[in-house]
Design a protein around this ligand. Sequence first.
Ligand code: GCW
Length: 692
Amino acid sequence: AAEDGLNAWLRYARIDGARGYHNKLPSAIITLNATEGSPVQTAGHELVQGIGGIFGKRVAVSAADKRHRPATAATVGTVHAFVDSNPGAAKGLPQLVDDGFYLKVFRGNVLILGQTERGALYGAFHYLSLLAQGNVSDFSLASNPDAPIRWVNQWDNMQDGGTHGSVERGYGGDSIFFWDGRVRDDLTRAAQYARLLASIGINAVVVNNVNADPKTLTEENMNGLARIADVFRPYGVQLGLSLNFASPQTLGGLPTFDPLDETVVTWWHDITDSLYRKIPDMAGYLVKANSEGQPGPMTYNRTLADGANLFARALQPHGGIVLFRAFVYDHRSLNQTLDWKADRANAAVDYFNGLDDKFEDNVVIQIKYGPIDFQVREPVSPLFSRLIKTGTAIELQITQEYLGQQAHLVYLAPMWKEILGFDLRVDDKPSVVSDILNGKRFNRKLGGYAGVANVGTNTTWLGSHLAMSNLYAYGRLAWDPSLSAERVLHEWIKLTFSDDKTVLDVITRMSMASWPAYENYTGNLGIQTLTDILLGHYGPNPASQDGNPWGQWTRADADSIGMDRTVWNGTGFAGQYPPSLAALYEHPSTTPDNLLLWFHHVPYTHRLSASNKTVIQHFYDAHYAGSATAQTFPSLWQSLRGRRGVDRERYEHVMFRLTYQAGHALVWRDSINTFYFNKSGIPDEHGRVGNH
Ligand code: GCW
């Protein structure tokens, strides 16, 4: 059963009536020009394994041979290789972009063609996914990724306290890549990870923490990184690397790390050249600079563009790109008490102001979805509407840092869908976030998705079986953001458990209810998640948000609550949006209720537009409603006991967590409600909160 966890949605579990399908399946696999270790060869192996697992039909891989063609076959390779051997066939093929694939199934004959080798592998995984869901019908389709950048980030530390490799905000065990300050000898899990990621279209992994250790770049570690790249390569997954901006000084022994200093420039060029000698297909760099104590260009009064371009130029000869993070702010300087207009949310737009035309072409700005930090509800970062010439990628968090740390079921696709589908109205024209990312809106080439995954050595990867729906959904939405959250969830349930109707219904119901429930019992109306801000971001602690320079403030006092981010009286953040949105957010009556306290400081007795409830009564009611939803999860899950695909081990593992969640939701409810009752002194209309 540990295997079930490790294989996640790639279990290839035998389906009902498997034998009956055998004549609709290929009887051999033909790979076109597959070299050893290539994604096309991997595709061949995967098809053998999948068809064997799902149907119990044995097939083998053979090379193309015109004279001995098997009765039916699955042919997999690149468009190029196919057209080479069948020149006449070129006409009938659809247009593909890089990584795209064409898939045709006709009476047991299957054609799987990728624009790239990796695309062919994606096509094979897509075919296998359909088979595993019991779909063997004839069809043909062409599928292209919506955006070229579909990366995951791992916040893995090489070394932690001098001994091992932990994962920052990782809840699934230690690093699968690093141990004891070095790259692990055994990279089996790294290869298994690449396999899972390839099956959902992820094309690169940044393997180390954005709070990067300069020692990542020692000769020994670069060799280790090359070994990781070697186990990724058969899956078409490229390696990316986080850099520590001060490395020329701390590792290289130079007197400076000023990005405009010639010796520094040369140092980075040399490092980059030696990395590419070892890893010719390296994806590029990820850089966190001048944020939360990390060094950066501003240390030398240089701009963020000077910083990003330093790496971009070193990468250019190798075709690499740099993802430069917009998460730039000073966690020490904000003063809540003295400055009503201080606002961490303003930082990104302020710091990037005036830089839009200053970046090299291979720079992409990686922007967290909201202006603060992965909260349960944030408005979309206005920076997406400010960078027109510069490519952007959205940073989503798969690991549930503020969202229950995998001890709570929170299916995130519905939240991501709201963000990706949000219209920023740049120049009063449709400017949907996903069209900004894929380059269509501003006519750019580079852009896309970065998901902070933080899997670990745990056999469930993320620490919980159900949390894997988020990793799956992330990849699927990065490939095609128009897919619905339910549809993606259905696929995942069928592949991970089974297509038993009760299994499908119950997990769908719980998952779709989970984000709204979590928002209800943690933080409402845009007040943020209200977790403990200083200790691990877990569990309720609304008092901890205020009175410190971290800037995740609520400004709750005896009468009123919320951040005044208006232009007329507040921090001015609302004015960072294009005019029509800015106007909307400027007034409480036109601000959506779920963001009211994000943008406005109002009395607890302020009435909401939609429900006409007071803010405080909404808090009370929402916390009761959300925790009540969580109370239903254990009994819902219990109805799946013994159902097809729900084996004992996974059943118990999930049950333990859902039971915990149900209890912890009550802790949340009562802590938050009591806290605001104590602050405001306003009793609950229904008599549940307060002195009895
Ligand atoms: O939210 C904060 C996290 C840090 C993280 C930082 C970032 C890697 O609590 O753990 O550091 O964001 O995204 O850089």
